[in-house]
Design a protein around this ligand. Structure first.
Ligand code: MOS
Length: 752
């Protein structure tokens, strides 16, 4: 576990660093979207459809309109124009539900907004929304859970453009499977899951002439600005989106939903700021979910444990409207070595809200299926599952035919096995006991992609010895404020507490989406480039200011190190702090702008395949007499490049593992077959892992810098911790109980 590129001992990079925004949060100074208030502000509450399939025939708004304090009841008949938005490039112009609110009178899912009450108080708006009467023509909604692929063409449209349903193919997967000495053919099912961040979606919209300002709980202010500009037919410069703090998102806040446009159109129509905050119930209906998936995995192998064929054919549910793609097969072509492979997908339309990315979209359900199949194959072959994976380690990315930029998956397995004590495992079901309980062990590999999004940034060095760094990204609770402070401190030599961080505002230079675990890796080159420019300006100031100690030098004879300027050739000098030079020149600050562009959307054939890898080892205890199952410990090893902040990094992986326990045992959004409503649409009924369910989680990072991504070699870590964990847990359950559950979540009924 060595880092190949050493940083100075006092570097803030790689050091456990507490969140710089922590004090704002614990003292209540941090303003979340719903905390903002403006003079004359009105409150909006949507009217939700109570059917999932049909048409609105009539809306009776008379009672609601007459209520004191009601300013408007907006609906299809009287709402101002909202245009559609279309994909631009990069992460811009993306919506998960393409149809603007109220565009037609067709109801396609329960909870679809059909009207909007605007009033002086939230309570009045709620009462008015409840008083709107809708008459519908109804048809039975299709919320069926069994998924058969709809008869769609070979190329289907998704959020980012066309995609072939035959995702990947090499060799002759069908033929090699038919003749394989060892075969495994299994279908795995993952349920609909709903993201449910603690902070619900919220929007406050203000117009000043043709200038729109939107406060939004968003994982991507830059995209939201692009979408709003399109929806209201405005130049981008006329739209400003502000997101200072986010009570997490898990993907449902990546892209705008109908309520954003509704708040904005309402504010324009009533001529006042309008606030719209979603209820927890609405969070289950109209702002995305991880789609249900059904994945057939066929593996062909030799008795020695070499894979000869993989077929991964999956179907997922989609709404009537959206084009969300749940890329379950993303990692299948390169996770393990196999000469013959085929990955296909299909989709099945349902009367439910649009699907959306949920932490680790695609790979979380996908690796659950393929890693579970690997575990079942190991059992069939009587080969240790760790050994099977080491036997199938590829030398390069066999789907692209290029090397991995940095892949240390085998070392992850070895370190994880050692930390967990895997060598003490006895493979027979129910054979391990402790304190009267049956112990079950399971493991799985995991991975997540790595690429860069756009990051334009500015850095200022100031005469009081402070530094400001700014970029229009967001901090969704993962620690982005802190990472930015660390990066600026690293380059400028000031301490973390001397760095002011500005983010979450589209008036700043465009920064990365807080999604896809892209943010950290994208920030490094943008911020470093900006800091270099600011330092360049400082050296010019140092050389040109009359009376400066460097006045008889040219800027290129000078060097900046640890916050001080030196003459390059003069190794022994003490140097001059940058703020002294600025003061002497009567400058408040010098500034630099830097940029790095996205690599994610490049169409060039890459030189390297860049991913993070890792593994989970999980232990459960099972008390058959009372059917009590507990997760008792988890060891997770992650190879995600250089870890910039191990403290928040471990926290990300721990949180992901906790969420993975939810995926394996609790989370499941169910729909009422009568009216298509999400049934368990509250946090009392939608079960998630709570503290009492969370075991000790031991997180290790390998810390090999991957300089293909950026000069620090840092990749993102928000999502990888959730990939693979459900397969490790279901394997542990099988080891303890002898029962293989292939449809998540595992319920106690499955085990008795
Ligand atoms: Mo993550 S699903 O990209 O917020």
């Amino acid at each position: 576990m060595a880092t190949t590129q050493e940083l100075p001992a006092n570097s803030p990079i790689g050091r456990d660093t507490r969140r710089v925004d922590g004090p704002y949060k614990v003292t209540g100074l941090a303003q979340y979207t719903s905390d903002f208030r403006f003079p004359g502000m009105l409150y909006a509450v949507p009217v939700e459809a109570t059917i999932a399939n049909g048409r609105v025939l009539k809306l009776d708004t008379a009672t609601a309109e007459k209520m004191p304090g009601v300013r408007a009841i907006l609906h299809r008949g009287n709402i101002g124009r909202i245009f559609r938005a279309t994909y631009e490039a990069g992460f811009e112009g993306i919506t998960e539900e393409g149809r603007p609110p109220f565009e037609d009178d067709i109801v396609r899912y329960y909870g679809q907004y059909i009207a909007l009450a605007v009033a002086e108080t939230f309570e009045t708006a709620k009462a008015a929304a409840d008083a709107v009467r809708a008459t519908y023509s109804k048809e039975t909604p299709n919320v069926q859970t069994h998924l058969e692929s709809d008869d769609e063409p070979d190329v289907v449209l998704t959020t980012y453009g066309p995609r072939e349903r035959l995702q990947s193919r090499r060799g002759d997967a069908e033929g090699a499977f038919a003749t394989a000495p060892i075969k495994l053919d299994r279908t795995y099912v993952t349920p609909t899951e709903t993201q449910n961040p603690l902070e619900p979606h919220a929007t406050t919209a203000l117009w000043d002439g043709s200038m729109l300002t939107l406060y939004e709980s968003s994982q991507g202010v830059v995209n939201l600005r692009a979408v709003l500009a399109q929806m209201f037919g405005l130049p981008k410069e006329n739209v400003r989106v502000i997101t200072k703090f986010v009570g997490s998102g898990f993907g449902c806040k990546l892209y705008p939903w109908p309520h954003c446009a509704l708040a904005a159109v309402a504010a324009r129509q009533v001529g006042k700021p309008v606030k719209l905050v979603l209820t927890r119930k609405m969070m289950f209906q109209s702002v995305g979910h991880r789609p249900r998936s059904q994945q057939r995995v066929r593996l062909g192998a030799t008795p020695e444990g070499k894979l000869v064929s993989i077929q991964h054919d999956y179907v997922y549910e989609r709404s009537m409207l959206d084009a969300h793609h749940e890329d379950c097969g993303e990692a299948t072509p390169f996770q393990y070595s196999v000469p013959n492979l085929r990955v296909t997908f299909g989709r099945s339309k349902r009367n439910i809200g649009a699907g959306a990315d949920m932490r680790g979209p695609g790979r979380v359900p996908g690796l659950y299926a393929t890693e579970s199949a690997m575990n079942e194959l190991a059992e069939q072959l009587k080969i240790d599952p760790v050994k099977l994976r080491i036997l199938t380690e590829p030398r390069l990315d066999e789907s692209l035919g290029v090397p991995f930029s940095s892949r240390h998956l085998v070392e992850c397995f070895e370190v994880g096995a050692e930390k967990f004590g895997w060598s003490r495992r006895t493979p027979e079901v129910g054979s391990m006991k402790r304190d009267g309980l049956t112990v079950g062990w399971g493991m799985a590999g995991c991975s997540w992609g790595s690429a860069r999004d756009i990051c334009h940034a500015s850095v200022q060095l100031r005469d009081d010895g402070t530094v400001r760094v700014a970029t229009a990204t967001q901090d969704i609770g993962t620690g982005t404020y802190t990472i930015l402070a660390q990066l600026a401190a690293q380059k400028t030599g000031v301490s973390i507490d001397k760095v002011e961080v500005a983010l979450g505002d589209t008036s700043l230079p465009p920064g990365p989406l807080s999604g896809g675990s892209l943010a950290t890796g994208s920030l490094v080159p943008g911020v470093f480039a900006a800091a270099d420019k600011a330092i360049g300006s400082l050296l010019v100031v140092a050389a040109l200011t009359p009376g400066s100690p460097f006045a008889n030098h040219s800027p290129d004879q000078l060097i900046f190190k640890s916050g001080r300027v030196f003459v390059k050739s003069d190794g022994s000098a003490k140097g001059v702090p940058f703020h002294d030079l600025l003061r002497a020149a009567n400058l408040r600050l010098v500034s630099g702008s830097g940029r790095s562009e996205a690599t994610l959307f490049s169409h060039d054939k890459p030189k390297f395949s860049t991913h993070s890898f890792g593994c989970h080892f999980a232990e459960v205890t099972w008390q058959a007499e009372i059917a009590r199952l507990r997760v008792s410990r988890v060891v997770t090893v992650i190879d995600a490049g250089r870890i910039i902040n191990p403290l928040t990094g471990r926290n990300q992986i721990e949180g992901a593992v906790v969420m993975g326990i939810g995926m394996a045992f609790f989370e499941h959004t169910t729909y009422d077959p009568q009216n298509g409503a999400p049934i368990n649409s509250s946090l009392a009924d939608y079960l998630v892992t709570v503290n009492a369910d969370a075991p000790p989680i031991d997180v290790h990072f390998l810390n090999y810098p991957d300089t293909e991504i950026n000069e620090l070699g840092a990749r993102g870590i928000g999502e990888i911790g959730l990939t693979g964990i459900a397969a490790a847990l279901t394997e542990a359950v099988h080891h303890a109980t002898g029962i293989r559950v292939r449809e998540l979540p595992i319920k106690i009924e499955d085990l008795i």
